[in-house]
Design a protein around this ligand. Sequence first.
Ligand SMILES: CC(C)(COP(=O)(O)OP(=O)(O)OC[C@H]1O[C@@H](n2cnc3c(N)ncnc32)[C@H](O)[C@@H]1OP(=O)(O)O)[C@@H](O)C(=O)NCCC(=O)NCCS
Length: 203
Amino acid sequence: MTLSLYSLLGRSSGYATWQIVPERDMIDLSGYTTGDFRRGASTLKEIAWWAVRALFFQTPIPWPSSLRVALLRLFGAKVGEGVVIRSHVNITFPWRFSAGDHVWLGEEVLILSLALVTIESNCCISQRAFLCTGSHDFSSPAFSLLTAPITIREGSWVAAAAFIALGVQVGPGSMVAAGSIVLANVPPRVIVRGNPAAVVKEL
Ligand SMILES: CC(C)(COP(=O)(O)OP(=O)(O)OC[C@H]1O[C@@H](n2cnc3c(N)ncnc32)[C@H](O)[C@@H]1OP(=O)(O)O)[C@@H](O)C(=O)NCCC(=O)NCCS
């Protein structure tokens, strides 16, 4: 911990506050480790997934969804029937991914599944939505990795370019409007929008 004149004078206003505010230590990425985090698969399996993902997912070639679903299942995902997966969908760890029946994943959907991502039946995840199960503790010098699962409950729609933060549950029957930043659970049958996302309509 360090103490400086800067902190003595107060950092947010142009006026001296004369409060002694200890500065926190800044992050030091040279000491970063992922702590207790486990990747959930062998290195060989992960390398195989990278190859499969590059060839069949992160490509403009419109491979049939049935093939993509079969590959996800092969790598440990639980995927239901009638699931549509467009091109450039990026799922980090399929072994931490679960989708019900008739789920749609639009182009460039990013699913960072460091923790389990569950998308229940009849959900639409539109283009460039980001389901992000990871974060870091910016108050810790070790920049500690944080992870928590995400659940999109039945019949919900996460519209284009929405960001869903770790630990969040959406719905059932709710809509996250395009570009929203969702940091807290979304109740059933509502529309949320904005940053941070707030309920604008009950359905
Ligand atoms: C929810 C949605 C459909 C707009 O709904 P809408 O009720 O027609 O919205 P309106 O155009 O009537 O706008 C109503 C108000 O909400 C605001 N608004 C609409 N969508 C918004 C959004 N995504 N984020 C923030 N504000 C939004 C508008 O600015 C307007 O504000 P104002 O009353 O102050 O002028 C749209 O926001 C959306 O998210 N669509 C999804 C698009 C998508 O993902 N498509 C995928 C490919 S098909």
